[in-house]
Design a binder for this molecule. Sequence first.
Ligand code: NDP
Length: 293
Amino acid sequence: MVMTLTLNNDVTLPALGLGVFQTPPDETRDAVRAALDAGYRHIDTAAAYGNEREVGEAVAASGVDRSEVFLETKIWISDYGYEETLHGFEKSAGKLGVEQIDLLILHQALPSAFDKTLEAYRALETLLADGKVRAIGVSNFMVDHLERLLAVASVVPAVNQIEQHPYFSQADVQAFGEQHGILAQAWSPIGGITFYRDSGHTSTLEDPVIVKVAEAHGKSPAQVMLRWGLRHGRSVIPKSTKPERIAENIDVFDFELTADELAAIDGLDTGKRGGPEPEAITLEAFGREIPEA
Ligand code: NDP
């Protein structure tokens, strides 16, 4: 049984979900099916991942009732603006094959056009009021972006999905969110960005501190990192296309880390980001068309 977290509008979500960033569309159905078979009930996709359709197809074909699966997706920056974001919902819902999305978030702040970001968020508020989505949120928002959003928003975002793994834990962003009722959701929760991209880090999976904790519990380094993220009150969304790893990554509810182990893993933070600098996101560099449903 997967633990659940309660969002600031009383909607609950499974704390652990399957991420599908970089999962090729033709492998997505099998990955989502493997996850549902292993007990996952939360999938995190995005318009920009190009696999929303396959996520929806896998859920529909699984036999698991739609109401039992928490579907989360993201509006890409090219669809920011009030009308554009309302239409972005139609595109995502159409591809997912659903009437209602459980959690819809803005993929990035667009600091170079923050007014567009705010208009996009206003559209999320409308979608929430209309019952088209059950919760709304943001991703890759830093404290400054959250402050500027909160100054004008009528709905506090339920979630801020950010890079969080032992080498980059962004405790300041999480703490600011917690003061305002915004749940931190960790992307790259096992540090994927530290090994699938040249981030200047060595792999978290090979970190001696994490390996030692894993050995002490008879668990894998990935499982230890997921347990650590959950202990910090985060939602975690590990990605894999391999059924055995998908099952491994949800098998994290039968052990506890000691205070010393948690502190040792906390001590690995380098303060060095693996992903793109949120302040540097521009439409010119990162914009691309999201196809119609
Ligand atoms: P993860 O930390 O989930 O790591 C994924 C990598 O780890 C893949 O290379 C995967 O390979 C491998 N892996 C998975 N499980 C194991 C395991 N048990 N042992 C060893 N290796 C393993 O990184 P992601 O960056 O994918 O982040 C997870 C999710 O977060 C994404 O899928 C996406 O949903 C979200 N995300 C959001 C971003 C945003 O900007 N909002 C940015 C990045 C991610 P394999 O598939 O071959 O198993």
